[in-house]
Design a protein around this ligand. Structure first.
Ligand code: SF4
Length: 325
């Protein structure tokens, strides 16, 4: 029996290069070794963006399109929308009964988001409890492995704690201990060197036109110590160089040399980078365009995915209820 991988993404906007490097490329590789379940987690999106709820349904279709265009294969993996499987909320409710408030209040990501996101009101009951819904997402499929970045490790630990508490309380070994599969690629920063996020408007989106992408690359922050072309640069302190490492690793030794020896200026270096990024973006955009010609196919894939996911979810819920009642 192959191990089960579960991962989800919130449909809160266009997919960008950070999503590609930080998650999707990893998912594509995992499809060959695991039974993968990938969910567009719209309930999680609603928890943070309830004021723009209409936008979420548009984003769901776009996200599915981007995933499939990047190489997520619905023949190998289950691809579905979280709200099409109501058992997620059912299990979330049950798990919330056994989750101590202190575990949620101590969650470092929760505290960080309350501190940093000032444009939305996140002081809600649902937002405090989002790790419980995450635990339900994972445990519903008895997933063994969760691909994540290091910053999400506390969430996985919380899922493990909740699973152990359920197993201990009801003296059954129902939920397995899940493990994190850490993303190997370091996190890609936004154009301005901050965390890449649509809220900061510092992303290169997978659907950006060539002209938009080139303009964005030219606006990227570089080594602050390199003021003139004749100044030797410090690639390890330059965000542009980290993009070369992620998208054109073969070329990064050349970049290192021309930067440290002041042989090329930053404008030219960025122009070459834009050419490299285009090699990644064009095939995705062409596939996306082709798939847009048959929108029904995307809806069918999501429907079939939800049916497959629901069969597993219902089986787990039957087990949970027979233990509880
Ligand atoms: Fe960055 Fe390239 Fe400029 Fe060096 S030459 S500082 S790597 S943009």
């Amino acid at each position: 029996m192959r191990k089960v991988v579960f991962s989800g993404m919130r449909p809160t906007g266009k997919l960008h290069l950070g999503h590609l490097v930080g998650a999707i490329q990893n998912w594509i590789d995992l499809q060959t070794q695991y039974d993968c379940i990938f969910s567009i987690v719209d309930w999680h999106a609603l928890m943070g963006e309830y004021e723009q709820s209409k936008q979420i349904s548009e984003n769901i279709f776009d996200m599915a399109l981007d995933w499939l265009a990047c190489g997520i294969d619905p023949e190998k993996s289950i691809v579905f929308v979280q709200s099409m499987v109501p058992e997620h909320l059912e299990l979330c409710m049950i798990l919330s009964c056994i989750t101590p408030l202190g575990w949620l209040e101590r969650n470092p990501t929760y505290k960080e988001q309350l501190r940093e996101i000032t444009t939305r009101d996140l002081q809600t009951y649902a937002f405090l409890g989002y790790p419980v819904l995450q635990a339900a997402d994972i445990l519903l499929y008895k997933a063994n492995a969760i691909p994540i970045g290091e910053d999400q490790l506390p969430h996985i630990e919380l899922t493990r704690e909740i699973a152990r508490k359920f197993n201990f309380l009801y003296k059954k070994d129902l939920f397995p201990d899940c493990e994190a599969i850490l993303t190997k690629t370091p996190r890609l920063l936004g154009l301005d060197g901050r965390k890449m996020s649509k809220s900061y408007q510092n992303t290169i989106n997978l659907s950006d036109s060539e002209a938009d992408m080139q303009k964005k690359v030219q606006s990227m922050f570089t080594d602050p110590r390199r003021l003139k072309v004749a100044d030797p640069g410090h690639p390890d302190e330059c965000n542009v160089y980290s993009y070369y490492q992620a998208f054109a690793a073969d070329q990064s030794p050349d970049v290192y040399n021309w930067c440290t020896m002041a042989q090329k200026g930053c404008t030219e270096c960025k122009k070459i980078l834009a050419g490299q990024l285009l090699k990644t973006l064009l095939p995705i955009q062409e596939k996306r365009k082709k798939m847009l010609g048959d929108k029904n196919r995307i809806h069918d894939i999501l429907l079939e995915g939800a049916q497959k996911a629901r069969r597993i979810a219902q089986k787990t819920m039957n087990e949970v209820k027979s233990i509880l009642f």
